[in-house]
Design a protein around this ligand. Structure first.
Ligand SMILES: *Cc1c(COP(=O)(O)O)cnc(C)c1O
Length: 436
């Protein structure tokens, strides 16, 4: 399988696309074509790694990782991804629980897969690959967890000091000797700028082999189609009906994986994107004009994206807004409605949802009757509510029980280094920590 940039450059191999992250023309990598499947193709596959092996095989044809695919998938899908039926209400709905990984959010799947691939492609004990990641909260934890203690690999996490929650900070700072956590005196944008200048700096580049684990890396995207395939195949086998999915959406990575699964022939019905108050996608569907803008802050902070980069992939795969809006629904959910949904979910389901997941449960309740009762719906739960306890607990008036993985992380010793937001300070910190 060959890979091309959304802007035309290519072809490159999967290995190159994984290592480069972004194409030379600034575009995003996509496979030359999507494989075509039928539900029967998965008759012999029941577990998630088995479904993944069928689904991912065409993407790995010709890659040096082909023979390692089973092992890569076993490492990636080492935790359960259950579909839990919700109490019968108006129509049939279940929750796709993507939050049983090491950092209790769906990014663990993409980060784990990318780490498993990059370690095999680039891991080198004599000259470790150093992954730089700037984070406003969630991504850095998933990337650090995924690369933690992998041989020949290092991670440097940069986060804005005092601007992440206590539990997020712990998930960024509790790892082994190959992870350096930096509290940057500045904002997220300063962290991002620092990563950019480090990647471009020839002095640092002569002493470190740098790479990034950007959310637009094709290795973060591909494995996510697996849980949509697995959930839809199980539902279809049991009921003969194709489930619809409602996907909380920020940068469009998770939702794009759902669209790709449907394009590949998996039994998936309607797909609806649930966003927060960042209205770039909903305005695009309404006005047919693509107008990226600065993000606004919301309770669903991991979805605070004003310029969703994966739209470039979605348009390249499916078409522009006039086509897209025929194939996808979208609803923008304000903070007030997120709060109301968290309360309503707790009352109706008996358990809490996180602010991101609440955009999906709200969207489901708002569906018109025909759509709602005409399909079985799977609502995508992107994070565990215990990650966002400071928002959720006051709303439901109860404590959210900690899942075991998160409890283990919170019990570990934490370690981080504070630096000013400049390259000289980063240089010193790297030198001291890795003695390079
Ligand atoms: C990253 C994230 C999202 C948004 O996912 P995209 O792939 O960027 O659309 C939603 N919920 C949670 C909890 C996240 O961490």
């Amino acid at each position: 399988m060959q890979y091309f940039s959304t802007r035309g450059a290519g072809p490159v191999t999967l290995d190159e696309a994984l290592v480069r992250g972004i194409a030379s023309d600034g575009g995003l990598f996509l496979p030359q074509q999507l494989a075509a499947f039928m539900a029967e193709d998965f008759a012999a596959a029941s577990s998630i790694p088995e479904v993944a092996a069928r689904l991912m095989a065409p993407f790995f044809s010709g890659s040096s990782l082909q023979d390692d695919l089973q092992a890569i998938l076993a490492e990636t899908f080492s935790f359960p991804i259950p579909v839990t039926p919700l109490p019968a209400g108006e129509g049939s709905a279940s929750l796709l629980e993507l939050y049983h990984g090491p950092t209790a959010a769906f990014k663990d799947v993409g980060a784990g897969f990318l780490a498993a691939c990059l370690t095999r492609l680039q891991g080198d004990d004599a000259s470790p690959l150093t992954i730089l990641v700037a984070t406003s909260g969630d991504t850095g934890g998933a990337v650090a967890a995924a690369f933690n203690e992998r041989p020949g690999m290092r991670v440097v996490v940069l986060f804005p000091e005092g601007r992440v929650s206590d539990r997020q900070a712990q998930q960024l700072t509790c790892w082994g000797d190959n992870v350096l956590s930096l509290r940057v005196r500045g904002a997220f944008d300063d962290c991002q700028a620092l990563v950019k200048s480090a990647l471009a700096d020839t002095g640092l580049g002569s002493r470190f082999r740098f790479s990034s684990a950007n959310s637009i890396n094709i290795g973060r995207l591909l494995p996510q189609s697996t849980y949509y395939a697995h959930a839809s195949l199980e539902h279809y086998a049991q009921t003969g009906r194709k489930p619809g999915f409602i996907v909380p959406t920020g940068n469009l990575g998770n939702a794009l994986a759902c669209v790709m699964a449907r394009e590949m022939g998996l039994p998936i019905g309607p797909i609806i994107l649930a966003t927060n108050a960042n209205r770039t996608i909903s305005d695009y569907f309404e006005t047919l004009k693509w107008l990226p803008r600065p993000s606004v802050q919301t309770l669903a902070s991991a979805m605070d994206v004003g310029d969703p980069s994966n739209m470039e992939r979605l348009r390249s795969l499916v078409g522009d807004a006039d086509v897209l809006r025929e194939r996808l629904g979208v609803l923008a959910v304000t903070d007030d409605l997120i709060e109301a949904a968290i309360r309503e979910d707790y009352e109706a389901f008996g358990f809490a949802t996180c602010p991101h997941t609440a955009t999906a449960t709200h969207t489901w309740r708002e569906l018109d009757d025909e759509l709602k009762t005409g399909h079985d719906w799977i609502l995508v739960a992107t994070a565990h509510p215990a990650k966002f306890e400071t928002i959720v607990e006051p709303l439901i008036g109860a404590t959210v029980p900690l899942p075991q993985g998160l409890a283990e992380i919170l019990a570990r010793p934490s370690r981080s280094v504070a630096i000013d937001a400049d390259l000289a300070a980063l240089d010193v910190a790297l030198h001291e920590f890795f003695s390079a």
